[in-house]
Design a protein around this ligand. Sequence first.
Ligand SMILES: NC(=O)c1ccc[n+]([C@@H]2O[C@H](COP(=O)([O-])OP(=O)(O)OC[C@H]3O[C@@H](n4cnc5c(N)ncnc54)[C@H](OP(=O)(O)O)[C@@H]3O)[C@@H](O)[C@H]2O)c1
Length: 340
Amino acid sequence: MAIGSTAALIPSAGDGLEVTEVVAKMPGPGEVLIENHAVAVQPLDVKMLLGGYTGAGPLYNYPVVLGTSGAGVVKVLGKNVKGLDVGDRVVFDTRAYVKSEANLREGTWQKLVTADARTVARIGDVTFEQAVLIDFPLQTAVGALHLFLGMGKPGTGDAEEKVLVWGAGGAVGSYAVQYAKIVGHTIVVTASPHDVERQKKLGAFEVVDYKAADVVGRLRELGPYKYLLTASGDVASQKALASLLQPQGGTFASVLGGDIDLPPNVERVYKPFSQAAQQDEHSSFRAWWYGEYLPQVLREYLVEPVKFSRREGGLSALQQASVDVFEGKVKAKIVINPQE
Ligand SMILES: NC(=O)c1ccc[n+]([C@@H]2O[C@H](COP(=O)([O-])OP(=O)(O)OC[C@H]3O[C@@H](n4cnc5c(N)ncnc54)[C@H](OP(=O)(O)O)[C@@H]3O)[C@@H](O)[C@H]2O)c1
């Protein structure tokens, strides 16, 4: 059996989005079909639509459906799905950017989305918007800090150990600050002067303006740092972190890559952190994230969601919303309801 649905898809390379009728197949074993009620437009998605970025390799056969995260209601359970029921309100991530054959069914810029049940979390009474605003960027931050840099789980940190989050103003940065605080560390951030008060509320001990001429000198006075993450990922930030790791050397994580000359004693960890839970090698992280930590974060309101604006128009609004994000015209995440 199959059900009629609607998707915003890219018909072929270089095209804009086309909102079109599609057929949603029934979920296979271990999968669920979800009626998707919220997507947040992420920088990654818009770079794929407008910036010529194709991810970690030749991901697709066109047509392509963008988006790897959503929130909605479980409509159909595949065989052998445990812990989820039809009618559950959930947030979820998919393999749309890691498995090209999964893209058309799992891209989240559509009304009905298939997801691996292992990457679906119940959200209780939390709104779809709040759930989708938190999951993807918080998971990126926790993936970078916990999975790849080795920071502990909540409550296991030492306040004597400092964390540096460069570019804490964005979603990934804001959640990185909050996670490091929940773990129990002392956090120093760089952010814009207008953001100082919010950063302190989120958990920053010190806030340094990333545009200040003496930013690296000031950060050096406030260090040393056990964990370093650039959540803006730009070249200047990566060079600054490499410089802060001198003379002893060390490791920093970056949300973006780039061909940058770094000193030989510095290791940069740049990964698709947001997709880590889709990899079987990270199955214990995946089980903790969807089965335990993300539901707890949502249920107990453990993090402050980032600002957002709702864009009316459903899937048809995604093209312009993407242009606005790509051109830096919006300072908050844009959330769209594909059912509109
Ligand atoms: N590797 C991964 O797995 C992964 C996953 C998710 C995101 N990303 C990447 O991470 C980046 C951030 O994503 P996001 O969702 O957090 O974006 P976002 O919420 O749109 O963050 C934008 C904010 O970042 C700050 N910012 C921008 N450029 C900066 C710079 N050069 N230095 C310091 N701060 C800067 C600005 O804050 P102010 O206005 O205060 O200056 C801006 O408002 C994007 O490039 C995205 O593609 C990577």
